[in-house]
Structures are given as structure tokens and as C-alpha cells.
Ligand binder design. Structure first.
Ligand code: PEP
Length: 253
């Protein structure tokens, strides 16, 4: 467990112009300068990646894409590929966010193709999984997690000691709603995810893979969430948009 460095990742969704994103990335870099023992990543929109990469030069904050296409290039209007993300300075990419599953038809199969494409170029894949409110009410949470993990990771192998996979548990009902899963609910889901990862990838990798919690993470709840043994960080939407607020989350310990 000690081997899992916490990761606090900010998903900026469809917010900020390139100028605003570069300004906020530079501000964040200053605010988290010198913070040790925690990795930080931000994922701005595609058009903001280049200016944010420039603003982050000299900082240890990593850059991530919010999505990608699985082909390297081709006639896919409006899409961005893994080599393109890599070339602009990304080290991470978020894959299968619930908003993409919900509004853009993403399936476990496309998630699987996208993870492969990311790994092919050495991008770290942040695989998002999580149940809807209805699924939780019907006590299907663990089945949903099982299906999304097995589908998303189908036939993909990782080398041991690899940190190229990050899983984000994001209960859909907690995203952008102000409702946070209790730390017990989150811990239960995280422990289950680690158990499934052990079956799919082996015990060693399951132990070293970071599992982030996402869903209305705020400065006020991060420490409590992080106190749980299987919660290794946060994927933060709304509260990542303001550099000062996000830096407080990064400084949770
Ligand atoms: C997210 O978009 O991944 C997310 C968790 O959003 P929020 O923090 O706003 O709930």
C-alpha cells in the first residue's frame, strides 16, 4: 500500500479558453510547488493542451487528455489520437468517463480499444467506472463494476510494476451533484475493484494500481476519503476548476 503514491487528477471538462487554462495551470503550478508525496494531473480540453503544456514547463504537474480515438490517424472528423496527445505533452488520458458513456455512446468495447491505443504510445490510462443511482438502488453496483472492468480491460496485459493503469471509481450519481459517496461506500467499491483487478491482472498489479475516487470531491471531504485503505487519490471535476480550491485538495495531508 505504501507503494501507491496518491494521485489527484483534475478533469476540466468543457471549461476554460486556452488563455484561461494557461493562466490557471500556471497559478496551480505555483500553488502546489514543493508539495511532496502526491502526484498531480490536470486534463484540460484538447484546444488547451498546448498552452497548458507550456504553462506547466518546469512543474511536476502531469498533463492528460479527456478522451482519445483508438486509431492513430485517419478520416475521423473531430477526433484526436493517442500519438497526438503524446506529441502535445500528455502523459495521461481519461478513458470511459461516465459523461462519455452517457452522452457519446461510449461502450466497454470502445473503452477497451481506447485503453489499448493509449498503452501503445505509453500514455497512462485513467479508466473510469461507476454505477448510476438506479443501479445502486437495485443493488447492482458490484455487477456494474465487474462488467465495466472486465469489458474495458479485456485481453489487455500489463507488465508487473507497471503504473500505466489508473482506475477511477466514479459513482454517476455523485458526479457534479454535490452528493459524495460516503467513505465507507467508496471503500467498499474500491476494495471490490482491487479484487477484480487481482483476478484480471494478478495480485501484484492489483496491489500497485491506483484507484481514485471521483464524485463531488472537495477540500472538505478529501482527507476523510483518503483515510480509507483502498482510496489512492481523487478524480476531481468542479472543484478542480479553481486553482486555489484544487491546490487545497492536493494538499490534503
Ligand atoms: C468528474 O467529472 O470526474 C467528477 C468527479 O466531477 P465532480 O468532481 O464535479 O463531481
Amino acid at each position: 500500500m505504501d507503494t501507491r503514491t496518491p494521485l489527484i487528477a483534475g478533469n476540466w471538462k468543457m471549461f476554460k479558453t486556452p488563455r484561461e487554462a494557461a493562466r490557471d495551470a500556471a497559478a496551480l503550478a505555483k500553488l502546489v510547488q514543493g508539495v511532496e508525496g502526491v502526484d498531480v494531473m490536470i486534463a484540460p480540453t484538447f484546444v488547451c493542451l498546448a498552452p497548458v503544456a507550456q504553462a506547466l514547463e518546469g512543474s511536476s504537474i502531469a498533463l492528460g487528455g479527456q478522451n482519445l480515438h483508438w486509431e492513430k490517424e485517419g478520416a475521423f472528423t473531430g477526433e484526436i489520437s493517442a500519438p497526438m496527445l503524446k506529441a502535445v505533452g500528455c502523459s495521461h488520458v481519461i478513458i470511459g468517463h461516465s459523461e462519455r458513456r452517457q452522452y457519446f455512446g461510449e461502450t466497454d468495447q470502445t473503452v477497451n480499444q481506447k485503453i489499448r491505443a493509449a498503452l501503445d504510445v505509453g500514455l497512462k490510462a485513467v479508466l473510469c467506472v461507476g454505477e448510476t443511482e438506479e443501479e445502486r438502488d437495485q443493488e447492482k453496483t458490484l455487477n456494474v463494476l465487474d462488467k465495466q472492468l472486465k469489458g474495458g480491460l479485456k485481453d489487455i496485459s500489463f507488465s508487473s510494476g507497471d503504473d500505466t493503469l489508473v482506475v477511477a471509481y466514479e459513482p454517476v450519481w455523485a458526479i457534479g451533484t454535490g452528493k459524495t459517496a460516503t467513505d465507507e461506500q467508496a471503500q467498499e467499491a474500491h476494495a471490490y475493484i482491487r479484487q477484480v483487478l487481482a483476478v484480471l491482472l494478478g495480485k501484484e498489479l492489483a496491489k500497485s494500481t491506483r484507484i481514485l475516487y471521483g464524485g463531488s470531491v472537495k477540500p472538505a471531504n478529501i482527507a476523510q476519503l483518503m483515510s480509507k485503505p483502498d482510496i489512492d487519490g481523487g478524480l476531481v471535476g468542479g472543484a478542480s476548476l479553481d486553482p486555489e480550491t484544487f491546490s487545497q485538495i492536493v494538499r490534503f495531508q
